[in-house]
Design a protein around this ligand. Structure first.
Ligand code: NAP
Ligand code: MG
Length: 417
């Protein structure tokens, strides 16, 4: 296989596009640096770019987000920068037409699927939770529940009901939510059996491929129909793959969500935890900080059709951005953002039969891990590193150190090729 040396102008060339979605604030700053220093000098990607920068979402009436999601369906692989989900304060700050919905919510609603969150384990960053020795992967169902809902403020006394009107004209079914005696709030949520089944199937496939026990937690004792449906469909899908579970030597356990939380904290790790949408939102942040830092948590959305969208699990790191805008030095960890890029590049390489791309992704990931293990890390990691790192790297300094290592590896002809 051809050796790589960007010094003499040879670059690995991708065959098919990756959908790139740029974003907001500090992660937008980091995004540009990562591309310029860690990607463009080494590989020639075909990028289909969509700018999800908040002012552009506002300008396009959020159509840019929909177009990006459609492009992921077309090309199969996407990489996304963190974006602002505007609230009232952001509407004012950016002078927006309205509080546009969460881009991640919009993309997940279009692609459906499951979000897997996996911590990057680095030797000198011991987990905060003493019992955790191996990664815990969260599989978050990415469709419906409270992320796709109808909500209503109830101003005064009156009845709120659920009404199902069958399309075939048979009589409607009704259920009373509450007979309000005063003001209040209400919300209607839904999910689809097809989406729940594909959630279960995707988690099962992932658990089998990683040879990790599979957990699923819900609250069917309270929500007998809604959560009960998840429990039943999950069990049916597991039953179909029973022989594969036995062959892989792994187990499936259903437990109540509160029991799962209590057990997870005492567990040595090394399991996959399938979560309903909201539980996954909360638990992935808990698992991320338990393993050290949000900056070490990767995230990938896998759709039932096999489309992949990679991103960092953290947000736009707003506080650091305000410091950056004031000209102050920042120490923002770019690890998860870099791993979003390597995830997408590796997947593109696997899909297209371009092993050089896969090798490049591996070399970049190794460069990041070796840099941190070599004692160069941003503030979030420096303070929890063992032994502690006295002088945290700046945002730029960390990326420069990675670029140096990567250049050496690539200069050595990407020895692994
Ligand atoms: P955040 O961006 O995740 O940051 C929260 C805090 O965690 C930071 O202030 C920082 O702590 C630490 N942190 C997170 N990522 C870090 C990194 N890479 N390096 C170093 N420290 C890191 O959450 P937020 O500030 O609550 O949210 C900001 C915006 O992000 C919001 O507008 C929200 O809508 C959006 N958001 C987007 C996504 C997404 O696009 N996937 C996800 C979540 C939130 P210190 O300040 O203590 O250093
Ligand atoms: Mg969250």
């Amino acid at each position: 296989m051809a050796a790589l040396s960007p010094g003499n102008g040879t670059k690995i060339v991708a065959k098919n596009p990756i959908v790139e979605m740029d974003g907001d604030e500090m992660t937008r700053v980091v995004w540009a640096m990562v591309k310029q220093q860690l990607i463009e000098p080494f590989v020639q990607l075909k990028l289909e770019s969509y700018d999800l920068y908040l002012p552009n979402r506002d300008k396009t009436d959020d159509q840019v987000t929909v177009q990006a999601a459609e492009a992921i369906k077309k090309y199969g692989v996407g990489v996304k920068c963190a974006t602002i989900t505007p609230d009232a304060a952001r509407v004012k700050e950016y002078n927006l037409k309205k509080a546009w919905p969460s881009p991640n919510g919009t993309i997940r609603a279009i692609l459906d699927g499951t979000v897997f969150r996996k911590p990057i384990v680095v030797r000198n960053i011991p987990p905060m939770v003493r019992s955790w020795q191996k990664p815990i992967i969260i599989g978050r169902h990415a469709y419906g529940d409270m992320y796709k809902t109808a909500e209503m403020a109830i101003p005064a006394p009156g009845k709120v009901e659920l009404v199902y009107t069958p399309a075939d004209g048979s009589p409607a079914q009704r259920a009373l939510i509450h007979d309000f005696k005063g003001s209040g709030v209400t919300r209607g949520v839904h999910n689809l059996d097809s989406s729940i089944r594909s959630f279960a199937q995707t988690c099962i496939r992932y658990a089998l491929s990683e040879k990790m026990d599979l957990w699923f937690g819900a609250k069917d004792t309270i929500s007998k129909i809604y959560h009960g449906d998840f429990k039943r469909l999950f069990a049916e899908e597991v039953e179909k793959r029973k022989a594969d579970f036995e062959k892989a030597g792994i187990t499936y356990t259903y437990m109540l969500i509160d029991d799962a939380v209590a057990r997870a904290v005492r567990h040595p790790g090394g399991f996959m935890w399938a979560c309903m949408n909201y539980d996954g939102d909360v638990m992935s942040d808990m698992v991320a900080s338990g393993f050290g830092s949000l900056g070490l948590m990767t995230s990938v959305l896998v759709s039932p059709e096999g489309h992949y969208e990679y991103e960092a699990a953290h947000g736009t790191v707003q506080k650091h951005y305000y410091q950056h805008q004031k000209g102050e030095t920042t120490s923002t960890n770019s690890t998860a953002t870099i791993f979003a890029w390597t995830g997408a590049i590796r997947k593109r390489g696997e899909r297209d039969g371009t092993p050089e791309l896969v090798a490049f992704a591996k070399a970049l990931e190794e460069s990041v891990i070796e840099t941190i293990e070599g004692g160069i890390a941003t503030k979030d990691l420096a303070s929890i590193s063992q032994p502690p790192i006295q002088r945290p790297a700046t945002t730029e300094g960390f990326i420069n150190a990675i670029a140096e290592r990567l250049t050496q590896k690539v200069g050595a002809g990407l020895a692994m090729l």
